[in-house]
Design a protein around this ligand. Structure first.
Ligand code: TGC
Ligand code: FAD
Length: 386
């Protein structure tokens, strides 16, 4: 049992869930951990190679059924996210965007032909997807999006710009959300289509082991078959966000766990004033508070996962998890950084890398303020957005 699991939450996991966790942990230990500090420093990640490896293990769209997807439980998917993010948030993002956003959109709203065409190759990691909702001027408020899709005969013509899109420059297919005369609709757009241009966003100080880009759509002409037929209205992309946010509830715990494990080891071996840092009461207070928050977050994630497996998970419940677990993970990463002293700012240790990554995780998939307002709406019955 991990010393961090103060409440023995692990004992609530099934043998299969533990097995999946062990497999992903081993993969991260072997294929991510030895390299990720270098990827982060260089601002690059071998996303295609990783995607194939993740596909081989069935991690892409793993909670979906059919079309080459593993059909595992929501809890197993969450545990996989936790282990991946213990490596790096960017690596978890690769899997989230592929499985919970791009694949989920096609799986949930696509035609049988679209599913057959895209999903098996995406599950195998041979085809990479991205999910383009955010625009330069519309992030928290996607209802105001200005990307347009207009009909021209049987075709659709898309025009606009999407910004901050994970996997944009390596994607083979982009799930693009656009406004039509009938409301928001979704399109599966091959990125080789004329009029699609991608640009990488460089000089990020966070999520550096993740590809982020801008997608310009200059009168991109698509056949009618490119539209996701069952995606009707803004609730379609928001439904995908619920899937991805659930993974983040778990993933953030992984980044926090890696920080805590690193810090426990460091504090046990680093001596000042003739005794290990771990022996100081102030250090123990920090460690205790962080482990308590981590354990509460783990319980919260498991409860949400069990609700998801019972098909009873509401979006506002996911907001509780996203708000709490990312906020607490970031607080834990920053506090761990203090215990490592100067070494805490070094890339030799993962702590500041995780903290910097969690700044992005705090913002994407709904900022903390947006999740507070979702919960506020649930409590009061009043929308602060309208
Ligand atoms: P609102 O009127 O509240 O809702 C419109 C319709 O959608 C339904 N709905 C949801 N359905 C499923 N899941 C959710 N999370 C939902 N939230 C709302 C709602 O019931 C309604 O349905 P209906 O039948 O009445 O039409 O819409 P609003 O315009 O007031 O906005 C609500 C708000 C602010 C919560 C929403 O716009 C929002 O969540 N904004 C944040 C945007 C965001 O999170 N963007 C993320 C982009 S993707 C990304 O960041 C990927 S990062 C990489 C990674 O994941 O690793
Ligand atoms: P804004 O919406 O401009 O918000 C700025 C600040 O104002 C925030 O603090 C916010 O909480 C606050 N604010 C906004 N509205 C309110 C309000 N009503 N009340 C109180 N406060 C408010 N998007 C995609 O579509 N696909 C992706 O793959 C993707 N990947 C990303 C990867 C990275 C590394 C990052 C950083 C972002 C990514 N995003 C992606 C975009 C992300 O979803 C947005 O950044 C996020 O939704 C917030 O939008 P914004 O940055 O425009 O901030």
């Amino acid at each position: 049992m991990s010393p961090l699991d103060l409440l023995d939450v692990d004992s609530s996991l099934s043998a299969e869930e533990r097995q999946i966790r062990a497999v992903v942990r081993q993969l991260v230990d072997e294929q991510v951990r030895p390299h990720v500090a270098g990827w982060y420093e260089e601002g690059r990640v071998p996303a295609r190679e990783l995607a194939r490896e993740f596909g081989r293990l069935g991690l892409l769209g793993m909670h979906l059924t059919g079309y080459g997807c593993a059909g595992s439980s929501a809890v197993a998917y969450g545990l996989a996210c936790l282990e991946l993010e213990a490596g790096d948030s960017g690596v978890r993002s690769l899997v989230s965007v592929q499985g919970a956003l791009a694949m989920y959109a096609i799986w949930r709203y696509g035609s049988t032909e679209q599913k057959q065409h895209w999903l098996p190759a995406m599950a195998a990691g041979e085809t990479i997807g991205c999910f383009a909702l955010t625009e330069p001027d519309h992030g928290s408020d996607p209802a105001s999006m200005t990307t347009r899709a207009r009909r021209d005969g049987d075709d659709w013509v898309l025009h606009g710009t999407k910004m901050w899109i994970t996997n944009a420059t390596i994607a083979d297919v982009a799930v693009i959300w656009a406004r039509t005369d009938e409301g928001v609709r979704g399109f599966a757009v091959p990125t080789s289509t004329p009029g699609v241009a991608v640009r990488e966003i460089r000089r990020k100080m966070s999520l550096r082991a993740s590809v982020t880009g801008e997608i310009s759509l200059d009168d991109v002409r698509l056949p009618a078959a490119a539209r996701l037929p069952d995606a009707v209205g803004l609730k379609a992309p928001l439904g995908c966000l619920t899937e991805a946010r659930h993974g983040i509830v778990w993933g953030a715990l992984g980044a926090a766990r890696d920080c805590l494990e690193t810090t426990l080891e460091y504090a046990g071996s680093r001596t000042q004033f003739g005794r290990p840092l771990a022996g100081f009461q102030l250090t123990q207070a920090k460690l205790a508070d962080m482990a308590v928050e981590w354990s509460k977050g783990y319980l919260l994630a498991l409860q949400l996962g069990r609700l998801a497996d019972a098909h009873r998970l509401r979006p506002d419940q996911v907001s509780v998890g996203k708000l709490n677990n990312v906020r607490e993970a970031l607080a834990i990463a920053r506090q761990c950084r203090t215990i490592l002293g100067a070494n805490g700012v070094s890339g030799e240790y993962p702590v500041l890398r995780h903290a910097n990554n969690l700044e992005s995780v705090l913002t994407y998939e709904g900022t903390s303020e947006i999740h507070q307002l979702v919960i506020g709406q649930r409590l009061t019955g009043l929308s602060a957005f309208a």
